[in-house]
Each structure stands twice: as structure tokens, then as C-alpha cells.
Design a protein around this ligand. Structure first.
Ligand SMILES: [Zn+2]
Length: 148
């Protein structure tokens, strides 16, 4: 499996003192939880602007939105990892479990965080995946930060 960080993502990781190699290893580990005999390639892209994050199955791109208003480094890193884990789950659902969303919610539902979006089984599954992995991953990443 190949995890590619875009230039902007590498810059973001650098600014936030996150070691990209450690993060890459952890992403691969997250994806190997289930049957992963194929070797998909995934691109991680921190967006230039915009709050929304998504997984684009066409290009296999995980887009991470810019939404943090916090100056607290811990919260910024945690927020980033939460979104990353969530969107990685959508990648796993699509690429590894071969589950295709029948889009039961509209952009409007999404914007309003409506119950239709909220109750979508794939979204429920992605939130469960967040809860399962966030604390461990955060500890792992945060404890590996070297302050120069
Ligand atoms: Zn989602």
C-alpha cells in the first residue's frame, strides 16, 4: 500500500511538527486491520481552504478541510487526526470492503449535519472507527514529536 502526501500536506505536517514517516506507517496500519490483499494507493491532501473534508473514490484522494480556530497545538493535531481517521475509514469501506454508498443524503443534509447524513450506516461506521483509534493514534503521533 502506498500513502502519498501532497506538497501542501507535507508542509502542514512540517509546520505542525508531525513526522510524515510515522504518520504514513500508522495509516498503513489502520488499513491492514481487515483483509487487505490488494495494494491500493491513497493520496492525503490538506486543502488550501474550505472546512469540509471528504474522500474522493475516483482519484483515491482524502481531502482534509481547514476548520480549526484553535491555537492549541494539541487540539489542532487531534482535530486533524480525527478527520483523517474518519476519511480513511471511507477509503477502507470503498476500496477494501467494496462498499459503495448509495448517496442517501444530499449536500444540504451534510451542511446541516442532518439526521439522514448522521444515520447513514457508513457514516456511523466511520464515527465508530474514529472513536476506536483516535486516542491511541494521537498518543503515538504526539509522543513522537520532536520540538526543535
Ligand atoms: Zn463521513
Amino acid at each position: 500500500m502506498i500513502v502519498h502526501f501532497t506538497k501542501r500536506t507535507n508542509r502542514w505536517l512540517y509546520v505542525n511538527h508531525i513526522n510524515p514517516e510515522i504518520l504514513r506507517r500508522e495509516i498503513i496500519r489502520l488499513c491492514r486491520g481487515k483483509d487487505n490483499n490488494n495494494h491500493p494507493r491513497v493520496v492525503i491532501n490538506v486543502k488550501k481552504s474550505g472546512r469540509n473534508s471528504d474522500y474522493d473514490p475516483c482519484g483515491n484522494i482524502i481531502n482534509i478541510g481547514r476548520y480549526s480556530h484553535s491555537n492549541n497545538h494539541k487540539l489542532i493535531v487531534k482535530g486533524f487526526l480525527r478527520v483523517l481517521i474518519h476519511e480513511i475509514r471511507h477509503f477502507i469501506q470503498y476500496k477494501i470492503h467494496k462498499r459503495v454508498t448509495n448517496i442517501a443524503y444530499t449536500d444540504y443534509d451534510f451542511q446541516k449535519n442532518n439526521h439522514r447524513y448522521f444515520n447513514d450506516p457508513l457514516e456511523k461506521d466511520a464515527r465508530k472507527f474514529e472513536r476506536k483509534h483516535l486516542e491511541r493514534l494521537f498518543k503515538k503521533i504526539y509522543s513522537s514529536i520532536v520540538w526543535l
